[in-house]
Design a protein around this ligand. Structure first.
Ligand code: FPP
Length: 248
């Protein structure tokens, strides 16, 4: 993109009265960022975790109500053990820090995904920080950890099938709302905007149910390089879209 075109985009102002209430981000490109610098992939995740803090703070400052980030997918266990361990350690570090911050910064922190495969220590930390931040009224941050959209829908299906089997509901009573109420996001509106940096143009099993009418924003910028100005660009792109939800 030419300097002029790039500059023109940033000269446009984000309309603060028309912000998406929920932004979701696939934090992609950490490995390539590190490789370009001759560093181990884990160094990319470290800087990526700092980018997450910066972007979460920025979202809170400008008044975004919900931020959901993809930190570890149900498929990411296929990575080398040292990389998995490094990501889990970064999450532990973040949660430890969050214990101090959630009340001070009025952040509600929750985790979406299957916790049973995570270490007992991490699970306990997640439960405790969720509990501690439960009544906070500022930004609600959801960290997706051992999360998969298909896994989430399969779990909801089992829950509803069990209710049918137990005679609590009939098959005809199953509704879309019932599925929405049986997935991790039950208390959270669907994201209006989903951002994927790093040049990949796919959803990778992220928020499959919730993204039915989300606007996607893709950029070549790698996640560790993703600055608040990139978030402004994504919001501007969102504000210039015409959302019709199947209407005209
Ligand atoms: C995808 O990039 C990134 C991940 C699978 C891990 C994301 C984790 C963090 C940013 C750190 C922990 C998060 C928090 C919330 C503290 P990739 O490794 O697939 O990059 P590549 O496609 O360039 O290889």
């Amino acid at each position: 993109m030419s300097w002029f075109k790039k500059k023109k985009v940033t000269l446009e102002k984000v309309d603060m009265s028309n912000l998406p209430s929920h932004i979701a981000i696939i934090m992609d490109g950490n490995g390539r960022w590190a490789k370009k610098r001759g560093l181990p992939r884990t160094a990319g995740h470290k800087v990526g975790s700092e980018t997450f803090r910066t972007i979460a703070t920025y979202c809170n400052d400008i008044g975004i109500k919900y931020l959901t980030v993809y930190a570890f997918s149900t498929e990411n266990w296929k990575r080398p053990q040292d990389e998995v361990d490094a990501i889990m350690n970064l999450l532990e570090e973040y949660i430890l820090e969050a214990f101090e911050k959630v009340r001070k910064d009025n952040i509600k922190l929750t985790f979406w995904g299957d916790r049973t495969r995570l270490s007992p220590k991490l699970q306990q930390m997640m439960n405790e920080v969720e509990e501690k931040s439960r009544d906070m009224t500022g930004i609600h941050v959801n960290v997706c950890l051992n999360y998969g959209g298909r896994d989430e829908i399969a779990r909801a299906t089992k829950e509803i099938a069990t209710a049918v089997k137990n005679g609590e509901i009939s098959v005809d009573e199953i509704t879309e709302q019932m599925i929405s109420d049986s997935i991790y996001s039950k208390d959270v509106p669907d994201p209006e905007l989903i951002i994927r940096p790093s040049g990949e143009i796919r959803t990778s099993n992220f928020l499959l149910w919730q993204s039915a009418y989300s606007e996607y924003y893709f950029t070549d910028v790698l996640w560790p390089d993703f600055k608040p100005i990139e978030l402004d660009r994504a919001i501007l792109a969102y504000q210039n879209r015409s959302r019709r939800f199947g209407g005209v």
